[in-house]
Design a protein around this ligand. Structure first.
Ligand SMILES: NC(=O)c1ccc[n+]([C@@H]2O[C@H](COP(=O)([O-])OP(=O)(O)OC[C@H]3O[C@@H](n4cnc5c(N)ncnc54)[C@H](O)[C@@H]3O)[C@@H](O)[C@H]2O)c1
Length: 252
């Protein structure tokens, strides 16, 4: 028996990094997986590789900042598989550090749209389906920047703090209806997002690594392990939790 046998799951940002690792692990643990990504080619690749390995998956090209696309894709998942048991709202972006007063309004809006509003939109449509079922588990990807400041990234920090606010509000409102809503807070994890930031510069890599408690980055699979457990029935009394998975970096 897998940890999430027979469940129907969706993962946003499932075409890369943490989302890709979660989509793969959900499938290994027995779930049917809907891979959502703005980059449809990457979503197709991940879903195809899951199928080739014997799992069940399908790809959806979705920009999670656009309500009509979110609504349509979630409706299609329910039409195809009959239900939605687990949702990992994970799609996101990072930014280049800048002085607070130099942050362009456009950059602020893009960050809040991609990392916060998208989570709100996905949760609305996921929760509506889960209320009908009387069950479901949502896991939102926040960050260490959800509980402490990421220097030079006020928009990222605000968005990731906001994700925790959405998580806690929904957890309290829906707990008595059989729905759990939790957040995972990854520490620095080796994904294309971080590779883009390091950009092959070994000095930046050393600086980033020095700041991590265990002195090495997380792997996407180490984050996925926490997400899949939170999504599973093993975590039945865990609700409204903000789970750091960061090798002892933030230690609230
Ligand atoms: N990698 C880290 O160190 C780290 C640390 C803390 C939190 N996080 C968070 O984890 C999440 C995943 O990050 P990652 O490192 O795997 O990044 P990544 O860049 O490897 O993957 C992000 C995926 O999200 C997709 N995406 C972006 N905007 C989208 C949109 N509007 N609609 C649909 N898909 C969209 C991208 O196409 C990409 O496939 C993000 O929310 C990020 O903020 C990452």
């Amino acid at each position: 028996m897998g940890l999430v046998d027979g469940k129907v799951a969706l993962v946003t940002g499932g075409g890369s990094g943490i989302g890709e690792a979660t989509a793969r692990l959900l499938a290994v643990e027995g779930a049917t997986v809907a891979v959502f990504d703005r980059d449809g080619g990457q979503a197709e690749r991940v879903a195809g590789e899951i199928m080739a390995a014997g799992g069940t998956a399908s790809a959806y090209t979705v920009d999670v900042t656009v309500e009509a696309q979110v609504a349509g894709a979630i409706a299609n998942v329910v039409a195809e598989y009959g239900r939605l048991d687990i949702a990992h709202n994970n799609a996101g972006m990072s930014g280049m550090p800048t002085a607070f007063t130099d942050l362009a309004f456009d950059d602020w809006q893009q960050m809040i749209g991609t990392n916060l509003t998208s989570v709100f939109l996905c949760m609305q449509y996921e929760l509506r389906q889960m209320v009908i079922q009387g069950s479901g588990s949502i896991i939102n990807t926040s960050s260490g920047a959800g509980v402490v400041a990421a220097p030079g990234l006020p928009h990222y920090t605000a968005a990731k703090h906001g994700v925790l606010g959405l998580t806690k509000c929904a957890a309290q409102e829906y707990a008595a209806r059989g729905i759990r809503v939790n957040a995972v807070l990854p520490g620095t994890t080796r994904t294309p997002m971080i590779d883009g930031f390091i950009a092959g510069n070994s000095d930046i890599e050393k600086m980033v690594t020095r700041g991590i408690g265990r002195k090495s980055m997380g792997s996407p699979d180490e984050i996925a392990q926490a997400v899949v457990w939170l999504g599973s029935d093993r975590a039945s009394f865990v609700n409204g939790e903000s789970m750091l998975v960061d090798g002892a970096t933030v230690c609230r």
